[in-house]
Design a protein around this ligand. Sequence first.
Ligand code: GAP
Length: 464
Amino acid sequence: MSKENKNIEMDKIISLAKRRGFVFPSSEIYGGFSAIYDYGPYGVELANNVKESWWKYMVRNREDIIGLDSSIFMNPKVWEASGHVQGFSDPLAECKKCHSRIRVDALLEDIGVQADEKMSEDEINKLFKENKDKLKCPKCGQKDFTESKSFNLLVKSNLGNFTGDWEQEPVYLRGETCQGIYINFKNILDSTRMKIPFGVAQIGKAFRNEITARQFIFRTREFEQMEMQYFVNPKDEMKEYKKLREYRWNFYLHLGINKKNLKWHQHENLVFYAKEAYDIEYNFPFGFKELEGLHARGDYDLTQHAKYSKQKLEYLDPYTNEKYIPHIIEASGGVGRTFLALLFEAYTEEKVDGDERIVLKLKPELAPIKIAVFPLLKNKPDLVNKAKEIFDNLKTKYMCEFDDNGNVGKRYRRQDEIGTPYCITVDFEGLDNQTVTVRDRDTMKQERVKIDELEEYFRNKFNG
Ligand code: GAP
């Protein structure tokens, strides 16, 4: 993948994702469910490969970072301490004609006006009114809106509340995974040998009542985050932050994303506790948008949880005896957004002998299927049995797919569209001399390989 983003329309990606089993709209047979999506058979493989790459890069490659899998539900006090109950909101208005709910900051952004995250309800309303003439409802085109109101994004549930009045005492589905890391800081110190600086990484679902569902899986109400919180001595915070930014940037290059399609966005208006905040943005067809946030958060998180839980969340340095509340730097990315960026990055249309070929040029380690195995013809038992034997052997090492449907040309095209780097075909010549053809997705060249050398052949291909 070495090209710049090629202005691929979103519709092409949505269509491929549906047609080839990457992403389905949720509950489709019931008319769908807004801003929720299901990952299909190839989607789950790609998403798992993204997560595995992240885990290897963030946890296994690093002796100073360990993993965690905390629960989705937490004591509701967690969300009071974190500030989400009071302040985790977006400005919402309603179109008076069609009653669509509209995210005011997004509507303003569409006409080039930035509404700051820190603005009060009144300040947003002022900006909203000032630009009223330029704004129209994205659904019906009318220009008559209600006032903007703050709308809390936390998703409520009645878990464990049997009194019936759960609206008054809700529990929340987590709005971000990192809170589970902060509240386990003491457990991790007590149960491991980690010494500051160290990080805790976690991948998991998060939920937000997003007002506008836009741009396919870019903004959904249920999504997966890949977060790492790095605990540091306050004096080292900015030094470590710089290192982490560089490390995270390189992750996206490592996934095969062209650096021309990535850029840094520095936040100008920071929340009061933050020292610095940057986003890594990807060049989506709807503009450069956030893939991942990197934040120097100071001691805010542990101080808040210490205050609300009345526990000591300090660190005693075993070498210097210095006692302090660690500062936290965080890397917070999304599985869905990385997945979407990879689809755009890999999607390629080519002309082959007058025909159009669609191919996903994913890095082999990310491809949902690594090797597809075909018998040339499905009604020839010798070909089918040999192909099955090869499939059974390779499937123990690689994610493989067996396919005997339709002609081989069509099977190749199908595998191209899901990004399979190699296709093996068992033909009559191969039955005679114990060989197969191996076709390369990108060059479409085929080479003949001895069956008993296939394992070594792919070992070199995938590890080379
Ligand atoms: N703990 C910090 C945090 O949650 P964030 O910028 O709100 O920060 C981090 O979210 C990342 O999570 C984003 O960069 C994005 O990749 C992903 N994300 C956030 N909201 C999302 C949504 N509604 N749909 C899909 N991904 C989302």
